[in-house]
Design a protein around this ligand. Structure first.
Ligand SMILES: Nc1ncnc2c1ncn2[C@@H]1O[C@H](COP(=O)(O)OP(=O)(O)OP(=O)(O)O)[C@@H](O)[C@H]1O
Ligand SMILES: Cc1ncc(COP(=O)(O)O)c(N)n1
Length: 263
């Protein structure tokens, strides 16, 4: 069985973060492992608290994993502080981790900040150059590229800037646009678009986490990057189309869309 590791924050309501990643990897038939960077007290209406893990304890978790079960892919999500990022970079280098996907989680859909301002620079310097793929949404890409993104042309410019500057492939997610769910891949200097039909479901909590862990799962299984993205977008569409409606705010998706016995 192929294996994947998520290094991310816990979302107590189970829609995003580590919980979304483990559900996604499991539904892809991949064995999921986790290293927790922070606990969040969170529900569909917002984040009420964040407790960062001690960097030395994150190191212990990662050492335990890498000295025993080597992950075929690694997904990195919410990492709120400088030292945590440094520990991750050190361990991934030490063990020659492969198929590293960085989802540069900065702000939750609900508006809460999940990354300290001074950590953006460390993320850029330490993690992005190690990544096979980085998956910013439009607001995150605006920060990484230092430019406003309003049109598809802006998306292309920003992706090229990020990919060239940090030496990694870039999937710029268009889920924040009004009418479309079109994402742009910048890979080795070439641009390709992944077109998606926008599903009319307001419950999109965790779509970004789910996309990056679905891509990681597909890469772990040996699919090319392009096929991994195509399959991951299809997984999100099915999970959104299952129209789960939980909680009073931006609710989670239904990962168990293929399981018919849901009572
Ligand atoms: N309503 C939708 N219908 C279909 N696909 C969607 C929809 N919303 C988002 N997506 C897709 O989900 C993936 C995640 O995109 P999005 O831009 O929402 O990421 P994100 O902002 O990081 O997510 P999050 O809301 O978890 O922070 C992308 O492939 C995007 O195209
Ligand atoms: C622990 C954790 N990680 C990531 C997100 C981003 O997901 P979203 O933007 O859908 O809230 C989150 N809310 N919580």
């Amino acid at each position: 069985m192929k294996t994947a590791l998520t290094i991310a924050g816990s979302d107590s309501c189970g829609g995003a973060g580590i919980q979304a990643d483990i559900k996604t990897m499991t539904m892809h038939g991949v064995y999921a492992m986790s290293a927790v960077t922070a606990l969040t007290a969170q529900n569909t209406t917002g984040v009420s608290g964040i407790m960062e893990v001690d960097p030395a304890f994150l190191e212990k978790q990662l050492e335990s994993i890498f000295t025993d079960i080597f992950p075929d892919a690694v997904k990195i999500g919410m990492v709120s502080g400088v030292e945590l990022i440094q520990v991750i970079a050190m361990i991934l280098k030490k063990y020659h981790a492969k198929n590293i996907i960085v989802d540069p989680v900065m702000v939750a859909t609900s508006g809460s900040k999940l990354l300290a301002d001074q950590a953006v620079e460390t993320l850029e310097k330490e993690l992005l150059p190690m990544a096979y793929l980085v998956t910013p949404n439009i607001p995150e890409a605006e920060i990484l590229a230092g430019m406003p993104i309003r049109t598809q042309e802006d998306m292309e410019k920003a992706a090229e800037y990020i990919g060239t500057k940090f030496g990694c492939n870039v999937l710029l997610k268009g889920g924040h646009q009004l009418n479309e769910a079109n994402d742009l891949l910048w890979k080795d200097g070439k641009i390709s678009w992944f077109y998606g039909e926008r599903i009319n479901n307001p419950n999109t909590h965790g779509t970004g986490c789910t996309l990056s862990s679905a891509i990681a799962s597909n890469l772990a299984k040996g699919y090319s990057l392009e096929i991994s993205i195509e399959k991951a977008k299809n997984y999100i569409s099915l999970a959104l189309a299952a129209m789960l409606d939980l909680g009073q705010g931006n609710g989670p998706m239904n990962h168990a869309f293929s399981i018919t016995d849901q009572k």
